[in-house]
Design a protein around this ligand. Structure first.
Ligand SMILES: [Zn+2]
Length: 78
């Protein structure tokens, strides 16, 4: 899961990847810009564990037809 955060100190918006259990336990998160721990969750943008460009669908189709899978592909189940 990707979680969006906003730094209360410098206003930097960033995202981190963490599991739900890590988040619920309250892991320490620091701003990548000023390293402040004074950050808050940004609920205006939510990633459901998937990132990619607009051509990710085309890449998946190509991988299917060739029987292969791109490194790091998480959508084919291989
Ligand atoms: Zn900051």
């Amino acid at each position: 899961m990707y979680y969006n955060f906003i730094c209360n100190k410098c206003g930097e918006a960033f995202e981190i990847q963490a599991s739900v259990s890590e988040i619920s336990k309250g892991i320490k998160i620091s701003c990548p810009k000023c390293t402040s721990n004074d950050v808050r969750r940004d609920y205006s943008t939510i990633f459901i564990g998937k990132k990619g460009g607009t051509d990710s669908g085309m890449v998946d189709l190509r991988n299917l037809s060739s029987g292969g899978c791109a490194p790091g592909c998480g959508s084919c189940g291989i």
